[in-house]
Design a protein around this ligand. Sequence first.
Ligand SMILES: [Zn+2]
Length: 326
Amino acid sequence: MTSPATDAAGAPDLPEYAPVPAIAKGAPLNEHGYHVWQVERNLYAVTDNVYMSAFLTTPDGVVIFDAPPNIGHNIRRAVDEVTAANGLTNQVTHMVYSHHHADHQGASSLFGGDIVRIGHEETRRLLLRDNDPARPVPDVTFSDRYTLEVGGERVDLAWHGPNHSPDNIYIHFPGHDTLMFIDVVNAGWIPIYNLNLSDDVIGYTGAPAIALDYPWTHLISGHLGRVATREDVAMHQQYIADIEASSREALASVNPGPIFKHYGENVWAAVRAHLDAVTEHAAAPVIAKYTGVLGGADIEIFTWTTTFAIMQSIRLDHGPSGPVHP
Ligand SMILES: [Zn+2]
């Protein structure tokens, strides 16, 4: 056996990419590895430049919105830092779950059993299924809408259908000019693999328009180092729209005939070659357009896998899946 190639420092031989554009840069982190800042009044966001969560400080207690294990104990440090500076209680009384995924809720058990946990009814069902002690099941659930009132503040939770996950909700802070909506739009970056690891292509691609229907200036989107603006959402929508247009063009222009003729009875080999050719043809102009514009755009597999998912949704959800045999 040969060992994998390594560089002089012993790190694996990793690919290099274009410098990260300014729009994608995060915040300087403190000695614990986090950055916390005031989004609006008593609403704060905390990031490690990969994950982001939020909390509301009130005279009656702190409400936490998501607890990514990547930030972990730094959520408590950030709450303590902010509440001490403002002379408010640091007692966490409520936790709101945006959706059930462990990478956003896996530190929620750190805040103990004596708090009110709120989530969509599907979040509860999925967490009962997952049976993960790190993610206690929410006791307060809702199907369409729920209004949380704590310490004179109001938060409106709403479910508008499946998108990134079946249970991903919109968390609106009407008194803070802010929307929290996780794992759909990344501020200054393209989505990672497969539309940010999303279950429902049509739900995912339609979700930014629903988010923009709310009044807000700040969007807490769950990842990376800064909150998103409405312009970030528009840029994300344009990236997705470009992939959709390019996929339609590629489906119409890549001719599967010669590929199927070449492979004969090995029809799966032909299917693979045809779909890969459509994906690469569709993704190439998008990768070229966004490299240097959005972070991660030159990591080709992200746009390839997102393009593949959108191209398949165009075939299977919208149709036609292909020409009708004469
Ligand atoms: Zn997720």
